[in-house]
Design a binder for this molecule. Structure first.
Ligand SMILES: Cc1cc2nc3c(=O)[nH]c(=O)nc-3n(C[C@H](O)[C@H](O)[C@H](O)COP(=O)(O)O)c2cc1C
Ligand SMILES: C=C(O[C@@H]1CC(C(=O)O)=C[C@@H](OP(=O)(O)O)[C@H]1O)C(=O)O
Length: 384
């Protein structure tokens, strides 16, 4: 990670805690139980604080010794590989990267594709997201994520939103859902899918509190905050849709009911609602940022899907060793990390600073420079 100022408190325990959260969630497969993340910070941090230089984190995998031959960088005698792990994967899974990956890179089987296409890679994003979150925390910006729906089971419209003080409660919930009754129904649904040899997707929501107004841009399409958040969230494996605020629901409302009206108490401006999810014109508004990501069901369906064996050209069943039944709760933790990375980048872009106190000073002087008649209650009341 490049560009963070000096003075962000970072510890192995902080990063480990977030990596552990990524493994949470009812419906995750066996791999989460036997695989350990071995963490080393190899650059950019000294005595528990960032130094302004690039931060390098290595995540070793305790399972690697079993894969050294199968994924060897040097040529090996393929016949000598273990039967299971070393067997060519020629029955591509519909919905995964297997077939197109083989076509694109000229492989005759999918091992090279699936090891890299795997969401195992999100461990790296969560590790760096943990560092971004620490930086944002120094500036009073805090995040929380939760599960909104799994399959057809959804948190009722209008339910209370979690705040960052609810993170421990959410992490203790089997599916990281803030509504206990809905959580129980989600668990039952996952049990049913597992019994049927099926898999499930769902929707997660990330909230960021304490975001100052004006992050992002209305000038440049690629610097719009909503555009960056959408790209970051869509960049997570299996995410097929992103909503900012009420998203698609807003498209069904007449304009008179779609927007967050502004009122004043004579001193500060308030928004009467938060349908927009904390962005207007590609910039943060200073209200709670709220984004959602929709995940398709896991592609490795135990009740195997129809495919074609590319070694024989014959109809076949897609290969399946093991898989998650549902990884939506874990995707929420990954989404939180991606939002933290985008926000950290946007904060640096707007406020700069080589040390945390310098960035904080720049942020505070910007807020102080906003004329009294333009100040919004949430930003100024909460930061007071
Ligand atoms: C946290 C997480 C865990 C996942 N676990 C699995 C899994 O166990 N099996 C599987 O087939 N896909 C799993 N996926 C989804 C695949 O990575 C994804 O379906 C694949 O990359 C193709 O999706 P795409 O078309 O969006 O790229 C997981 C995704 C995430 C974010
Ligand atoms: C290893 C992780 O997730 C993996 C993501 C994944 C996929 O296809 O994306 C498939 C599964 O791996 P495998 O097919 O080897 O059992 C998951 O366990 C992880 O999140 O650390």
């Amino acid at each position: 990670m490049e560009g963070l100022p000096a003075g962000v408190p970072v510890s192995l325990d902080d990063i480990r805690a977030d990596l552990a959260r990524r493994k949470l969630g009812y419906g995750r497969g066996a791999r989460m139980k036997f695989e350990e993340d071995e963490l080393t910070i190899s650059g950019g941090v000294r005595f528990g604080e960032t130094m302004g230089s690039p931060i390098a984190i290595r995540i070793g995998n305790t399972e690697w010794p079993r894969w050294v031959d199968v994924m060897s960088a040097s040529p090996v005698d393929v016949e000598s590989l273990p039967k299971g792990r070393g067997a060519p994967l020629t029955r591509p899974r519909p919905g995964h990267a297997d077939l197109v990956g083989m076509q694109k890179y000229g492989f005759d089987e999918a091992r090279n594709v699936l090891e890299r296409a795997s969401a195992r890679e999100t461990a790296a994003r969560v590790a760096l997201g943990a560092v971004a979150r620490k930086f944002l925390g120094e500036l009073g910006i805090t995040l929380v994520s939760h599960t909104l729906s799994i399959g057809t089971v959804r948190v009722p419209e209008g339910s209370d939103l979690p705040t960052p003080t609810d993170v421990a409660t959410l992490d203790a919930d089997l599916v990281r859902c803030f509504d206990p009754a809905t959580s129980a129904r989600m668990v039952t649904l996952i049990d049913g899918a597992q019994k049927d040899g099926d898999t499930l997707g769902g929707v997660v929501e990330v909230l960021a509190y304490g975001v100052p107004p004006g992050l992002g841009s209305y000038v440049h399409w690629d610097r719009r905050l909503d555009s960056q958040l959408a790209a970051a969230l869509m960049g997570i494996q299996a995410i097929k849709g992103v909503e900012v605020g009420d998203g698609f629901l807003t498209t069904t409302r007449p304009g008179s009911q779609a927007h967050d009206e502004l009122v004043t108490d004579g001193s500060l401006i308030s928004r009467l609602s938060d349908k927009a999810g904390g962005t207007e014109g590609g910039m943060s508004t200073g209200t709670v940022l709220r984004v959602r990501a929709g995940m398709k069901p896991i592609a490795t369906v135990p009740h195997a899907l129809r495919t074609v064996d590319v070694a024989t050209g014959q109809a076949a069943e897609a290969h399946h060793q093991r898989s998650d039944v549902c990884a939506v709760p874990a995707a929420g933790v990954v989404a939180e990390a991606m939002v933290a990375l985008v926000l950290a980048n946007s904060v640096i872009e707007k406020f700069g600073g080589d040390s945390v106190p310098e960035t904080a000073r720049n942020l505070e002087s910007y807020l102080a420079s906003i004329p009294a008649a333009q100040r919004t209650a949430q930003t100024y009341d909460e930061r007071a």
